[in-house]
Design a protein around this ligand. Structure first.
Ligand SMILES: Nc1ncnc2c1ncn2[C@@H]1O[C@H](COP(=O)(O)OP(=O)(O)OP(=O)(O)O)[C@@H](O)[C@H]1O
Length: 253
């Protein structure tokens, strides 16, 4: 572990503690794209099961790259990535879909399916999981209404605004209560009121057990919620205690 990254106020940080379960772990991870410079050289962090973290840093700092490593779109150039207790750095491609099914991902560019309605885009993970149509017709409209899209169930993505597409993408990422939610600038296209509502949705999911990692530029939002942040700058990652409220005491024992 890199000593500079330790913050002794963090009770969960020591990932060598055998009692701590982690959903994501990076050990001395480095990444470069092709022959380009290293985006980062040696980052180490752990997301304990059920935790909620923000991931901050300037444009180009590497936030999307960290998320890409988490959802297995990228492989590290060095170091090890562990997901759900499996070291995936050199895992065969065949196991990746199984791991990905446990994740909900909100991409910066949404990645919705243009010829499907908002309703069918959000229903997709449920259909893949074999959920019945009755349950889909109950749950999907309810969630779309929650994100403010009750009047757009049948709309196709090309007819929606950026903020509306973003909310469809968020609904799709959370509909099957993933074990891990990764969101890349999930409030980048919505106003403050909707951003708060979306953050509350992530909090609800987190209370049900989902581990949450949200990459964002929105400092205001980070300051309003009592969650720690991982901050990327100059290829280094540092851990910062929540700004909105004191850190909860460590679990007994
Ligand atoms: N596919 C790629 N090929 C080559 N370089 C890339 C690629 N994707 C990202 N990079 C480079 O990696 C670095 C980190 O990019 P990344 O998108 O992870 O940053 P970010 O913090 O998410 O930025 P932003 O907030 O602007 O989305 C940047 O210098 C970027 O140019």
């Amino acid at each position: 572990m890199t000593p500079a990254m330790r913050d002794d106020t963090d009770p969960w940080w020591d990932h060598d503690d055998p009692g701590v379960e982690t959903v994501v772990r990076f050990d001395h991870v480095g990444l470069r794209y092709d022959l380009g410079p290293e985006v980062f050289r040696d980052i180490t962090f752990a997301l304990p099961t059920g935790s909620f973290h923000f991931l901050t840093g300037g444009s180009g700092a590497g936030k999307s790259s960290v998320l890409g490593l988490c959802y297995l779109a990228l492989r590290p150039t060095r170091g090890a990535v562990t997901l759900f207790g499996h070291e995936v750095t050199r895992a065969p491609r065949s196991v990746l879909p199984r791991l990905r099914r446990r994740m909900g991902v909100v991409f910066q560019d949404f990645r919705l399916i243009n010829h499907l309605s908002a309703m069918d885009n959000v229903a997709l993970p449920l259909r893949v999981a074999g959920v019945g149509e009755g349950a889909i017709r109950r749950h999907v409209p309810e969630l779309l209404a929650w994100v403010g899209l009750a009047d757009h169930l049948d709309a196709r993505p090309p007819t929606l605004s950026g903020g509306q597409k973003q909310r469809v993408a968020i609904a799709r990422a959370v509909i099957n209560r993933p074990d891990l939610l990764l969101a890349d600038e999930p409030t980048g296209n919505v106003d403050d009121r909707i951003a708060m509502r979306l953050l509350h949705l992530f909090e609800e999911l987190n209370k049900m057990g989902t581990t949450v990692l949200i990459a964002t530029h929105n400092e205001q939002l980070v300051g309003r919620f009592p969650y720690p942040r991982l901050h990327l700058e100059d290829g280094r990652l540092t851990w910062h205690a929540p700004e909105a409220a004191p850190l909860a005491p460590p679990p007994a024992g």
